[in-house]
Design a binder for this molecule. Sequence first.
Ligand SMILES: *Cc1c(COP(=O)(O)O)cnc(C)c1O
Length: 448
Amino acid sequence: MPAVGTVLAWPAVAALVGRYGHPVVASAVRRVLAAERGRLTRGARARTPAALVAAVASTVTTGVQPPLRRVVNGTGVVLHTNLGRAPLSAAAVAAVAEIAAGYSSLELDLGSGRRGDRRRLLERWLCDLTGAEAALVVNNGAAALLLALTAHCRGRAVLVSRGEAIEIGGGFRIPEILALSGARLIDIGTTNRTRVDDYRRATDGDTAAWLRVHPSNFSTHGFVGRPDTAELALAAHALGVVLLVDAGSGLVHPAVGPVAAEEAMPAVIAAGADLVLGSGDKLLGAGQAGIAAGRRELVDELARHPLARVLRADKLQLAALQATLLAHVMPGRLVEVPVARMLATRPPALRRRVEGWVGELTQDGIAADLVLSQGAVGGGTTPGEALPSVALRLPWPRPSLLRQRLLAGEPPVVARTTRDAVLIDALTVLPGEDRWLLDAVREAARRD
Ligand SMILES: *Cc1c(COP(=O)(O)O)cnc(C)c1O
């Protein structure tokens, strides 16, 4: 086994050092030699210096590829958490680029020339859209809920229906967030049915809030029931308790289907909730952000809490949110938001697009056809609800192999597989990605 220093001095490896720098190449050499040591102890034959050099070179080149990359989403899942949820509109991308490239009025009041408050930047638009008196933007939806529970409920009781003490994913569980906030969780009702009376009977002088959580990623059927938000708000207020609603999706515009309108933040506020919490990068279609909207004194209580500083949104999140909110505020501009546009796309338009792809690929001798498919909203928004869609079907003897090749392509294409084919759902392939997609499919299908 050569020493690390010896390998680094080999001319081919020294050339790599010149190009990629010492730390990257030395780390690759160490890893290749460690793997070689493992092979030798397992009784394998030693690799030639040329083979070691090749292994180092490939480790170095894959090692300097940026790990966070643009991909084509062929899954048909519009809000795919693994794929970064909502893609931004062109206006939001431009706003992020512009704010990122220079200084900004993040905390400067341009009218008075005095120090401004980032909290006020988007508050008016958020209030106009949700109907709330006040609003606050934080880092994400989970942060909004943690802040609300910590600032308003710490050391007191919070009532949650047993049907809503849920796990959202990514380690986000309602009982754990409650414990973290220092509030005491009181389970009420049952998994399938909870009534207003269950809330009333469990309420005493120590109760800070009733928390309603949108069951994001599962649905219940059969003998199920829960009070509607208006009923719950009336009962809570009669007892002097606050109603918090974790709405999850961040939907503010009822025209963004196919979500039940009563889940939208304006509907929750109109029903009398004191505070509604939502996510920026789900149905709102912006970047990662958390929104808390509701009664002025409650929102102020959240904003004053020291945790608000810890969980605050940064200027790039605010820039993306600002442009996306403007598209919601201005009439006719909602279609600019990719999530809203995808959810409004109907199968005939998708069919025409996939027919074009099939035509091009078959002309190149690649077997391809069109199938009806089912997309999904995803992101924990409309469990069990499918979006009618159309997919490109690539028959392939071992579909998982072709799927893997598509992932390894440039740009990577994320596809689904069936028993005998790879499916690329057109719903989530963005306009302007057609050329990339077809080139990537040609490349992956060629290497046979
Ligand atoms: C997604 C979701 C959250 C978390 O929002 P993030 O922005 O992902 O942090 C919280 N509650 C519900 C009900 C959700 O659906």
